[in-house]
Design a protein around this ligand. Structure first.
Ligand code: AMP
Length: 592
């Protein structure tokens, strides 16, 4: 068996590896390290996480770079924030004894300011998610002109998550003579295509993959707070143009509601559940088969009737209780030898359910980041670029107007024309997404609950007279909305009404879920506290029992969005993305 000491590697690295207690190289390390040390050419390593692949490329990278030179010599692209952080930690351990070595990790979800500073200090290695790297390139704080090595880590996953165009763009910005080391668990067609386009006569190294059931399905999960589920679904749909999929809900009501909301926003979807009569269900299925619908929103029972082979995505809007049901759902994609993606939107407490399903499916699930606004905008830009590039207008299309078109556009420079076309397609997406929230659970915490952060104070027309105290009110709110108790703060229970704080981006969700409810037969009124300030602030007496709802109108029809700074009236992004961003601002709760 080969030992680390037999590798012709820098002393500092050998001693770091020994200090870490690594006795023998793992199989992938045994295969690739000798080649990468002696002849660092383009390679593909087929290995999964946990096989020691980070050291397999990390040690040779550190061996080759010159830490006395302040240039970004190596770029490592990875699909998620978590993996970026892990790689940085791991490399720092190996390079512990290399003085002057700097490894920066850049990924979304945290302030870019700190990362700009880090990158401006010119590290030798940058570990990045594609999206954040491009953000930094756009800001011109980083260039890739000195790159000697590019590592694509979990390349299949980056491609499955929709980063193909970003990766291609980044690779085009690196010097042609750099070396590319691509690591992937699978050799999918997409991976092969990237290799063919961007790599030179690569050598392949592979270690045996564990048993897999249907390796054509990529299982991804996205962790968000319960109240952000719908917004997350929208974002995933917007990030996946060209999707042809099934969105699974647990209940008929959810299927109906989610579908209606999406339809109102202009998505081509339709519900499919048992409350629709057979004729209607057949009609929906026919439209789906004819691809007039991009997705159907279905319950498990109703989806049994679907016999379609080329479904690209299954989305679990909510995980099923029974892990077996998950396999039925995910099996709707990747049929007839094709590949497919199954995305699950889960709350932090449902991660344990994912672990259960992983055991049943015998496949690792990939925790994926919910794309941020810039990523959605870029994705749609690339989508339209590709559509324009691939469009094949009929020979005589608009022929009689050629002269008019000439007059109209002849003075326009081609680049400007392209810009105008793309702008027309994208301006609504840009307006909707340019300041959008981070929906990944765990990253929104910075604003949560702090009095200076982004929290909203809500009024509810229930109080001590209804037998409530803070504890009981909290319980009622959490049970009715399925939010976590720690999201509700600063509860003040008065005689006839109460007030409490919630994260600003959860306020609409909580209102929507409580507004139609009753407590001990009394219809609930709920609104943001400052909406009722002009009324009676003394315990909310004016708000009891009355039915005129005047200050509450729009709880469900979104009309309360209309006063917002939405740039124009558009059917698709009808305000809620921006409303979520701009609504109850920081500091509002200080007034109470
Ligand atoms: P990776 O597949 O790169 O995510 O690595 C999985 C884990 O294995 C990491 O915690 C590494 O520190 C550890 N590891 C990597 N190579 C070795 C080795 N040769 N011997 C023991 N542990 C290792």
């Amino acid at each position: 068996m080969t030992s680390f000491s037999s590798f012709p590697m820098r002393e500092e690295l050998l001693s770091a590896v020994a200090a870490l207690g690594f006795e023998n190289p793992t199989p992938i390390q045994q295969k690739v390290i000798p080649t990468l040390l002696s002849n660092p050419r383009d390679i593909i390593g087929l290995a999964q996480t946990g096989t020691g692949k980070t050291a397999a490329y990390g040690l040779p990278i550190l061996h080759h770079l010159d830490e006395s030179v302040r240039e970004i010599q190596c770029l490592i692209l990875s699909p998620t924030r978590e993996l970026c952080m892990q790689i940085q930690t791991e490399l720092n351990k190996y390079g512990d004894q290399m003085r002057g070595l700097k490894i920066a990790a850049v990924y979304g979800g945290v302030s870019i300011a700190g990362q700009i500073k880090e990158v401006k200090a010119i590290p030798q290695v940058v570990v990045a998610t594609p999206g954040r790297l491009i953000d930094l390139m756009e800001r011109k704080v980083l260039t890739l002109e000195d790159i000697r090595y590019v590592v694509l880590d979990e390349a299949d996953e980056m491609l499955n998550m929709g980063f193909r165009e970003d990766i291609e763009f980044i690779l085009k910005c690196t010097p042609p003579d750099k070396k590319t080391w691509l690591f992937s668990a699978t050799m999918s067609n997409d991976v092969r295509n990237i290799a063919k386009r961007f790599m030179n006569q690569w050598e392949e190294f592979s270690v045996a993959a564990p048993n897999v059931t249907n390796e054509n399905i990529d299982h991804q999960y996205y962790v968000t707070q319960h109240h952000n589920r719908f917004e997350t679904l929208r974002r995933l749909l917007d990030f996946t143009p060209g999707i042809y999929g099934i969105i699974f809900t647990r209940t008929k009501q959810d299927a109906q509601e989610v579908s209606e909301k999406l339809m109102k926003m202009g998505y081509h979807v339709s519900p499919l559940h048992g409350d629709l009569d057979q004729k209607m269900r057949t009609k929906v299925l026919d439209r789906f088969k004819e691809k007039q619908l991009q997705c159907i929103v279905a319950t498990d029972v109703a989806a049994r009737g679907i016999d379609v082979n080329d479904i690209s995505h299954v989305i679990n809007y909510e995980l099923p209780d029974d892990p077996e049901v998950y396999t039925h759902r995910s099996g709707r994609t990747a049929r007839a030898g094709k590949s497919g993606i199954c995305m699950s939107i889960v709350s932090p407490k449902q991660i344990s359910n994912i672990r259960q399903i992983e055991k049943l499916v015998k496949q690792r699930f990939h925790k994926s980041d919910i794309p941020d606004g810039a990523e959605v905008i870029r994705k749609r830009l690339f989508f339209y670029v590709e559509q324009i590039a691939n469009a094949q207008p009929e020979e005589d299309f608009a022929k009689i107007y050629y002269d008019t078109l000439q007059d109209e556009f002849s003075h326009l420079d081609k680049d400007l024309l392209i810009k105008k076309l793309l702008w027309l397609q994208l301006k609504e997406t840009i307006a909707a997404y340019q300041n959008s929230d981070d929906l990944n659970a765990g990253y929104e915490g910075k604003s949560r609950g702090s009095s200076t952060g982004n929290s909203a104070r809500l009024f509810i027309n229930l109080g001590e007279k209804d037998g409530l105290n803070a504890q009981r009110l909290l319980q009622f709110i959490c049970e009715s909305t399925d939010i976590e108790p720690n999201m509700v703060e600063k509860i003040t229970v008065r005689d006839l009404s109460s007030f409490f704080n919630v994260p600003a981006d959860a306020a609409d969700y909580i209102k929507e879920h409580l507004i139609n409810k009753k407590y001990k037969n009394r219809k609930i009124r709920i609104d943001e506290a400052d909406q009722i300030r002009s009324g009676n602030r003394q315990g909310g007496g004016n708000y009891r029992g009355g039915n005129d709802n005047s200050s509450y109108r729009g709880g469900n029809d979104n009309s309360h969005y209309r006063n917002n700074d939405r740039p124009n009236d558009r059917p698709r992004y009808s305000g809620d993305v921006r409303t979520h961003n701009k609504k109850p601002g920081g500091g509002r709760d200080n007034r109470y």
